[in-house]
Design a protein around this ligand. Structure first.
Ligand code: XMP
Length: 508
C-alpha cells in the first residue's frame, strides 16, 4: 500500500497533516523524528513530510535529523519548522527574525508543481519567528509574503519542497490543493486509501485471523467500540459476543437504543446487563467527583468480569483503539495502549489469548466513514463523545433518582433543539448539567424554589482546548422554555460561556 511518512518534530498540527494526506486518499503514518534512518528507508514511503515544531534549529536540544534523510531519494515536503530544518541541514541559512503570525497574503509561482492550479496571489496561515534567509544550492524560491523572503522553495531535480506556512490548516484556503499536488504531482501516488477498500480488506483479514474462534467485545455504545463490533460481526458472525453494561447513567433511552440496534438490527450476540441499581446504591451520598469516577470504574469492571466469567475463556478481546491513541502512546505498542486508554483495567480481568484492534490505523473521522460503509445509522456514527462515568459527572453533588431523571429529560430537550436547528454536527459536545443550586422563581401565582440547569456546548478539534459554541439565541431560547415547562423541578437555565482553558468541558 502506498504511504506517506509524517515525520513528527513536535508541532501542534502534526496529526492534522496526516489526516489531510489521508483525505487525499493516501495512507499516512506519524512517526517521531527519532525514528532511525533504516526504519525510514525500509518503510516503503512514497514521500516524507517534515512537520512544524516548537523550537528553533539553533536551540539547545533542537529536534534535528541527520543529512542522510535527504539522501534517500524520497520526495520531501518541509512545513514551517520542517522547511527551516531542510534549509539548515542541506546548506541554506535560517535566521532568527520577528514573528509573522496569522493570515497573510502569499505570492506564488504557479508554474511550480506544488502550486499547480493555484492563482499567483492567495492567502496562507503563518506562525513562525525564524525564517529561511538563504536557500540551499539547487533550490529556487517559489513563494513570498511581504515579510517572508522564502515562503516556499523547491529543488525539482531532488523532489524537495518546503513551505514556511501551514497548508494543513483551513486558514490556508488552498492548502489542501497544495498537499494534493505534493502527493500526486511530486510523489506520484495513485490514491488507493478509501474507507470502502479498508472495510472490505479488514473484514477479510479478520476472517482469516480469527477463523471460527471466539471473540469478546465490551460495547460502550460509543462510536469506536460500536464500529469495531459491527466490523467483527461481519467477519465472524455468532463467534462474536458483546457485553454491554448499562450503569443507568447513560443519556435518556440510550441503553434501549444500543440494545435495539445491536440485537434488533444487527442480530449480534449481545449480553446487556442492567446494573443501574447496583451503581446507584454504591453512589448514594457520594458527591466528590473523583470518588464517583472511581466507584463507577471499579463497579464496571466487577460487573463485566462476572459476565465474562460466565462465558469462560475467549480467544480474542476487541479493543476500540484508534490511531491517535497509538501515536500518543509513543511507540504504538498494544500493551502500552491498554494501560493508558480505553477500558482501563478491563483486559486484566478477562481470560483471553490476544487483543484485536481493527481500528488502530484510523483517525476518528475515518472510523465514522467505516461506520457509514457498514450501514450504521448516522445517529450512532456521529454520536458526540460521552464520558465513561456518564451523567454522574454532570450531576453536581450527590446523585439521586430524582436528579438523574430530571437531568436526562433536560439534556434530551437541549439535544433535541440543537439537532432540530441543524447545528449538531458543528458542535463538538453539547449537554445539560444539573447544578446543585436552587433559586427562587415564580410560576402562576406561586413561588418556586427549584434547580438551575446549565447548558454547555463547545466547539473543539481535539477536546484539549475548546471554545463555547455561539449557538443562536433562538435555539437557546426554545431549549430554555421547553426545559422549564416540561421538566418539573427546574425553574432557571443558564448558558456556560467559558472556553477551555481556563474552564474544562465537563463541570466536574
Ligand atoms: P474536560 O472536562 O476535561 O473533558 O475538559 C475533556 C473530554 O474528556 C471527557 N471526559 C471524560 N471521559 N471519563 C471519560 O471517559 C471521564 O472521567 C471524563 N471526564 C471528562 C469529556 O466529556 C470531554 O470530551
Amino acid at each position: 500500500m502506498e504511504k506517506i511518512l509524517v515525520l513528527d518534530f513536535g508541532g501542534q498540527y502534526n496529526q492534522l497533516i496526516a489526516r489531510r494526506v489521508r483525505e487525499n486518499n493516501v495512507y499516512s503514518e506519524v512517526r517521531p523524528y527519532t525514528t532511525s534512518i533504516e526504519d525510514i528507508r525500509n518503510g516503503g514511503y512514497k514521500g516524507i513530510i517534515l512537520t512544524g515544531g516548537p523550537k528553533s534549529v539553533y536551540s539547545a536540544n533542537a529536534a534535528l535529523y541527520d543529512k542522510a534523510l535527504f539522501e534517500l531519494g524520497i520526495p520531501i515536503l518541509g512545513i514551517c519548522y520542517g522547511a527551516q530544518l531542510m534549509a539548515h541541514t542541506i546548506g541554506g541559512v535560517v535566521e532568527v527574525g520577528h514573528s509573522e503570525y496569522g493570515k497573510v497574503g502569499l505570492s506564488v509561482d504557479s508554474a511550480s508543481l506544488l502550486f499547480e492550479g493555484i492563482d499567483a496571489h492567495t492567502t496562507c496561515w503563518m506562525s513562525h519567528t525564524d525564517y529561511i534567509n538563504q536557500i540551499p544550492l539547487g533550490f529556487r524560491i517559489i513563494a513570498k509574503t511581504d515579510d517572508c523572503p522564502v515562503a516556499a522553495m523547491e529543488n525539482i531535480s531532488r523532489n524537495f519542497y518546503a513551505v514556511q506556512f501551514h497548508p494543513e490548516v483551513m486558514h490556508t484556503p488552498l492548502g489542501f490543493k497544495m498537499l494534493h499536488n505534493f502527493i500526486y504531482n511530486v510523489c506520484g501516488c495513485l490514491g488507493e486509501w478509501t474507507m470502502s477498500s479498508f472495510t472490505v480488506r479488514t473484514i477479510e483479514n479478520l476472517k482469516e485471523k480469527i477463523g471460527d474462534r471466539k471473540v469478546l467485545c465490551a460495547l460502550s455504545g460509543g462510536v469506536d467500540s460500536s464500529v469495531a463490533a459491527v466490523l467483527l460481526h461481519k467477519a465472524v458472525g455468532d463467534n462474536l459476543v458483546c457485553i454491554f453494561v448499562d450503569h443507568g447513567l447513560l443519556r435518556k433511552d440510550e441503553g434501549k437504543q444500543v440494545e435495539e440496534l445491536f440485537r434488533g438490527v444487527y442480530d449480534i450476540n449481545l449480553i446487556a446487563v442492567d446494573a443501574k441499581e447496583q451503581f446507584m446504591s454504591k453512589l448514594a451520598g457520594v458527591s466528590d467527583p473523583e470518588k464517583k469516577r472511581k466507584i463507577i470504574g471499579e463497579e464496571f469492571i466487577r460487573v463485566f468480569e462476572a459476565e465474562a466469567r460466565k462465558i469462560g475463556k475467549v480467544d480474542f478481546l476487541v479493543q476500540g483503539t484508534i490511531y491517535p491513541d497509538v501515536i500518543e502512546s509513543g511507540i504504538g505498542d498494544a500493551a502500552l495502549i491498554k494501560s493508558h486508554h480505553n477500558v482501563g483495567g478491563l483486559p486484566d480481568c478477562i481470560d483471553f489469548e490476544e487483543i484485536v484492534e481493527p481500528l488502530r490505523d484510523l483517525f476518528k473521522d475515518e472510523v465514522r466513514k467505516v461506520g457509514l460503509e457498514l450501514g450504521m445509522p448516522e445517529s450512532m456514527v456521529y454520536r458526540q463523545p460521552f464520558p465513561g462515568p456518564g451523567l454522574a459527572v454532570r450531576i453536581i453533588g450527590d446523585i439521586t433518582e430524582e436528579k438523574l431523571t430530571l437531568l436526562k429529560d433536560a439534556d434530551f430537550i437541549f439535544r433535541d433543539e440543537v439537532a432540530k436547528a441543524g447545528i449538531d454536527r458543528e458542535i463538538g459536545q453539547y449537554f445539560a448539567v444539573l447544578t446543585d443550586m436552587k433559586s427562587v422563581g415564580v410560576m402562576g401565582d406561586g413561588r418556586t424554589y427549584d434547580y438551575t440547569v446549565a447548558l454547555r456546548a463547545v466547539t473543539t478539534s481535539d477536546f484539549m482546548t475548546a471554545d463555547w459554541a455561539r449557538i443562536p439565541f433562538e435555539v437557546l431560547d426554545s431549549a430554555s422554555r421547553r426545559i422549564v415547562n416540561e421538566v418539573s423541578g427546574v425553574n432557571r437555565i443558564v448558558y456556560d460561556i467559558t472556553s477551555k482553558p481556563p474552564a474544562t468541558i465537563e463541570w466536574e
